[in-house]
Design a protein. Sequence first.
Length: 384
Amino acid sequence: MEQGKSWEGIVLKDKDREGFSAVPNCEGYYARALFTSGETGRVESLLAYMEPGGGGPSKEHTHKHDHLFVVMEGEMLIKQGRKRQTLEAPGAVLVPGGKPHSIWNAGNTDLELVVVNLDPAITQEAAAGAPVSCMGEKSRGGKARAEKKFPAGERKAELARLVRDFCDRFLDEEYRGLCGRIIEELSGMQEPPFLSGRVEIWAAGVIHAIGTINFLFDPSMDPYVSMDELADYFGVSKSSVTNRSGQIRRLLNIERFDEERSTTFVKSTFPYFFTRDLADLQERFLRAQATLERSLREARKKAMARTTSSSPFSRVYQFRIYLAGSEPYIWRRIQVPEHYSFWGLHLAIQDAMGWLDCHLHRFVMPRPGERQPSEIGIPDPEYI
């Protein structure tokens, strides 16, 4: 038997992929032991992922006991003879023991899943209180050990150097500054998360976190870097980069259109920032409109005081006012004394129609012998 961890007859060959190993007779399918039986040391649960197009085995196989497949991310196709079933996250399917099957990545991104061996003997062990071990990090003796951590100062300096070198080679000064700010924020946490794990993955994750919200991976952008180039430069897998990037964005609450972490080009180009600026302009317009309305109310008071005075008049003018384009026909008939100004006539129309005097207005009248008509709008308050 080849060296590795046995699971229902499958040997997981050692492969340097962040603790994951390639599953034999499968393509792009990697797994690592998640839990083992304390008594037998058998692997009873796997954490696995498949690259797009990956899966297997090509010839359907069986297991002695029932197996539960839990889809955490992506889309999985499970084949059971002629039966085909597609599951999206979050989803799960139970395959009875002895049932031929194979599983495949049906999506365009990595498929992440948990595979559980439902062995009745293991269930009975757990019920009896037998120990169950986590296999995330194991020593040769089988006992769990703490993940290695590095000195904070040295680790931060190495991370900053890797990110700086990449930015200098492929990106620009602005990306270098934004990535450096992310490193400072992470190092300011009570326990900086980059003290453990491969520093190359952290460096790629920092760049990916900033690049994601600035469309770095869009070929139409400048600068542009592909995911393959980023992962290959640091010698890590694309799934490791995206997972680390997601962790960083969750830790620092980084979201798309984050003004503090967006490049100048993104802030000056994409509609979200224009919308925000328009909202600010709208707010200032509303404040100016409120000021104008206060001035109009004051003018209205003056006009009303003047037009309601007991000034003598000998004639009354009657007007028929109608709203153009209205259906049904909307009209009012008003009468005003001869000494009313056009401003007073405007106020009378507003009152008769039940309007609030919140829009601009003007009176347009033809002038005999002139091509241009006369226009009378809102007068200056001092002339009211």
